[in-house]
Design a protein around this ligand. Structure first.
Ligand code: ADP
Length: 247
């Protein structure tokens, strides 16, 4: 497979903070419909890697190509337009708007008019909201104020808001933190489903959950990749057991 077949190609990526390399000549390829989970001890550089891909942090060296377009130097909002979505741990939803409205304002053409909520709700947008609401298990909560949802439902709503923009790469940082076991099961189902037609990168610590969802696992340590492959192979790797799983 040539490098152009990947959704995301990260090559020799490095970022240093005051001389400390949080990411150190890291190379990583993600396939178009792949669900990749990144694991590793605290401080390994997992969040920094996602920050570099979405443009929140600037690289010191190396290259990040998404759909063959070089991202290095590109502003964060342009990366969003190119199809990169990022969910942080704390949901950033509009608590006083309904589920429907939260999804509606996330529809790409709504961006420019959002300030005033002077938004024309076309049938096309309504259909998109309905489809996403079904995906995120909130079809029967469309008119509920977002602030009244459970913690897990708020997390799903934020994923839904990202899905409204039809990202081709979705990155999620610990998506099941604070969720009930039922919500975790549903989130696994959701993530597997959304990776059917896009690349998904998840940072996760819960190994049972990782085993359930990952196509491939990347283990990071000290800004580098320690191991990569299917979960069972990675779990049995003595290097991984030594720095991470054995603790
Ligand atoms: P992880 O997500 O794997 O826990 P992080 O990516 O958050 O790790 O952090 C990797 C390392 O980089 C840590 O040592 C952290 O302190 C450092 N780091 C991250 N962001 C910054 C920053 N903006 N300035 C200085 N150091 C940072």
């Amino acid at each position: 497979m040539s490098n152009t077949d990947f959704a995301l190609a990260v090559e020799d990526l490095t970022v240093a903070f005051d001389g400390f390399k949080a990411i150190d000549t890291l190379t990583l390829y993600i396939d178009k419909n792949e669900l990749r989970v990144i694991i590793g001890p605290n401080g390994a550089g997992k969040t920094t890697l996602l920050d570099l891909i979405c443009g929140k942090t600037k690289a010191s060296a190396g290259s990040i190509k998404f759909k063959n377009t070089e991202l290095t130097g590109m502003a964060e909002h342009k990366r969003v337009r190119l199809g990169i979505g990022r969910k942080f741990q704390t949901p950033s939803i509009y608590e006083n708007l309904s589920v429907f409205q939260n999804l509606e304002v996330s529809y790409p053409s709504g961006r420019s008019v959002f300030g005033a909520l002077a938004f024309k709700c076309t049938d096309k947008i309504k259909a998109a909201v309905q489809a996403v609401a079904e995906d995120i298990f909130l079809a029967d909560r469309l008119h509920t104020e977002a602030g009244l949802l459970s913690h897990g439902q708020k997390q799903w709503l934020e994923i839904g808001m990202l899905l409204m923009q039809e990202p081709e790469l979705l990155m999620l940082d610990e998506p099941i933190a604070g969720m009930s076991s039922r919500e975790r099961e549903l989130t696994a189902e959701l993530l597997k489903r959304i990776s059917n037609n896009r690349a998904v990168i998840v940072i996760e610590h819960d190994m049972d959950f990782v085993a359930q969802i990952a196509h491939k696992v990347t283990v990071m340590h000290q800004g580098k990749i320690l191991a990569e492959g299917p979960m069972d192979k990675v779990q049995a790797d003595p290097k991984v057991i030594d720095v991470y799983l054995g603790h």
